[in-house]
Design a protein around this ligand. Structure first.
Ligand code: GDP
Length: 522
């Protein structure tokens, strides 16, 4: 195998969107182009009640989230495409954010009637901070939505990213005729038998084409002229730097514009990039020695065993089944024998994978989120994954006072593993858990019972904003029910503010106190 050649075939990305924008529909289309599934409706078991696998965790089963859909690989046009799922709704968790640490590009799906929505904004920010390319797909053009120019303006204003349209809708809803494809110099027809119409030198359809008489065609031409004069030209370097997002329009439900999008996306999406170590060294994906990092741990795939799967992004070299690796944190050897790669409809034991791929490593409690795995003489750790500040909080205590020991052990391990964030009330030492999504609490409760035999009491505290305070500025009298004083697991003091008003009130009352949205770094 030629490692470089194999690595260069990889395109690893995530699709980010607000629930209902059409991520699942698009993912299914992509998998169908890749021949990975034959029928729509296979990705979200929820829709078809089609639970093929028996080894999903209970919560997953109830919600219809599948392990297999968290990473999907397929071949298309000579490339090996890896799509990583970023779940939405209640399934939203820190893992959703962390998944974005394992991709080389992101696709942002937007509902043309709704524009930029809350969850898109949050996920976008994480992607933007990584400075990786972001491609935009504006979906549901078969329905009436907002004016395309208006959507581009919102994109630039709300998200602060420049955009460059690759194609442009001709009409929408009932009057949707198709796409004026600037990039491929053709019209992609939504209606009728003809799929594509080549444009002439003036960028027009032939004289005798019915579109010439269509007011939406004229409108599209006017819009495009405006964009070409006042907008951003396509610039590959800016796209790769994450400064400019190419925008595509389409309708996933009717499988329109998705393949055009995929073709262009794969043309420009980056190959696996180098990853930085804690020493600032860049490790090339072509480095023959295997290395990778754990970005997510999914628990309890099989309730009969307490197993979990650690998701590893391979960042250099090649993985081979049964190989010994070193866990950089402990310097201990582990054998990678039970390793899964994910296909759309099944989990398969794999023999090999290369930089850019994601593997699932069977785990009995060895790994933590952020762990580095190495082979050969290598000795380094990859940069730690960023932490994501929780917004939802629960008070937590052991149901059975006799089980305090297992309660503490369970919490300690789950917190270390990165499943949930722990805070302690500064005065009372009461435990509080923080999460970015509700599912994290459910998983926590489930695992405490199943893995540590500790039932827990949980009392919702609602949304809170976390703000760290410098120890030297701290005065316990500053604490109140609106701003709870607590410590994080590294003993850094912080406030949990009830809402923005509470935070503003505090800032007015103690103007000299500096509040920080991120924990202090050593
Ligand atoms: P997700 O929550 O982002 O994964 O969204 P889904 O793919 O499940 O889609 C949400 C809803 O929008 C479903 O009812 C889809 O059938 C519908 N939908 C998705 N794409 C389109 C589209 O292009 N046009 C229309 N009209 N509906 C769509």
């Amino acid at each position: 195998m030629n490692l470089q050649e194999e690595v260069n075939k990889r395109r690893t990305f995530a699709i980010i969107s607000h629930p209902d924008a059409g991520k699942t529909t698009i993912t299914e289309q992509l998998l169908m182009f890749g021949g990975a599934i034959r029928e729509a409706g296979t990705v979200k078991g929820k829709k078809t009640g089609n639970f093929a696998k028996s080894d999903w965790m209970d919560i997953e089963k109830q919600r219809g989230i599948s392990v297999t859909s968290s990473v999907m690989q397929f071949d298309y046009a000579g490339k090996k495409v890896n799509i990583l799922d970023t779940p939405g709704h209640e399934d939203f968790s820190e893992d959703t954010y962390r998944t974005l640490m394992a991709v080389d590009a992101a696709v942002m799906v937007i509902d043309s009637a709704k524009g930029i929505e809350a969850q898109t904004k949050k996920l976008f920010k994480v992607v933007k901070d990584r400075e990786i390319p972001i491609f935009t797909f504006i979906n549901k053009l078969d329905r009436d939505g907002r004016e395309p120019l208006d959507l581009l303006e919102e994109l630039e204003e709300t998200l602060g990213i420049q955009s460059t349209p690759m194609n442009w809708p001709i009409g929408m809803g009932k009057a949707f005729e198709g796409l004026y494809d600037m990039h491929n110099h053709r019209i992609e027809m939504f209606k009728g038998d003809e799929r594509f119409i080549e444009l002439d030198e003036d960028g027009q359809v032939p004289e005798d084409n019915h579109l010439r008489q269509n007011p939406f065609y004229q409108q599209a031409l006017d819009d495009i002229e405006l964009i070409q004069e006042a907008g951003n030209p396509f610039d590959e370097e800016e796209v790769l730097a994450g400064e400019l997002t190419p925008v595509f329009f389409g309708s996933a439900l009717t499988n329109f514009g998705v393949q055009t999008f995929l073709d262009t996306f794969l043309e420009y999406a980056p190959i696996p990039h180098a990853h930085k170590t804690t020493e600032g060294e860049e490790i090339s994906p072509y480095e023959p020695d295997f290395s990778g990092f754990v970005f997510k741990i999914q628990a309890n795939m099989n309730p009969a065993h307490r197993d979990r799967i650690a998701f590893v992004r391979i960042s250099s070299g090649e993985f081979q089944r049964g190989m010994d690796v070193k866990l950089a944190r402990t310097n201990k050897k582990v054998k990678l024998s039970n390793v899964t790669q994910f296909m759309a409809e099944s989990r398969e034991n794999i023999e090999s994978a290369v930089a850019g791929d994601i593997i699932g490593v069977y785990d009995t409690g060895t790994y933590q989120v952020g762990d580095t795995l190495l082979t050969g003489k290598q000795n380094f750790e990859y940069e730690p994954l960023p932490t994501f500040t929780p917004e939802l909080f629960m008070r937590v205590s052991a149901k059975n006072v006799m089980k305090q020991k297992s309660f503490h052990k369970g919490i300690e391990q789950l917190v270390q593993e990165g499943a949930i964030q722990l805070y302690k009330n500064y005065q009372t030492n009461e435990y509080m858990l923080g999460a970015v999504g509700h599912l994290q609490f459910e998983v926590f409760q489930h695992r405490m019972i199943n893995e540590y035999n500790a039932e827990v009491n949980m009392t919702p505290m609602g949304n809170k904003t976390v703000r760290w305070i410098k120890p030297e500025q701290l005065d316990e009298k500053m604490s109140s029910s609106r701003n709870i004083l607590a410590r994080d697991r590294f003993d850094n003091p912080l406030f949990l503010f009830e809402n923005q008003f509470a935070e503003r009130w505090f800032a007015d009352k103690y103007p000299d106190v500096e509040l920080s949205a991120t924990p202090p770094t050593e």
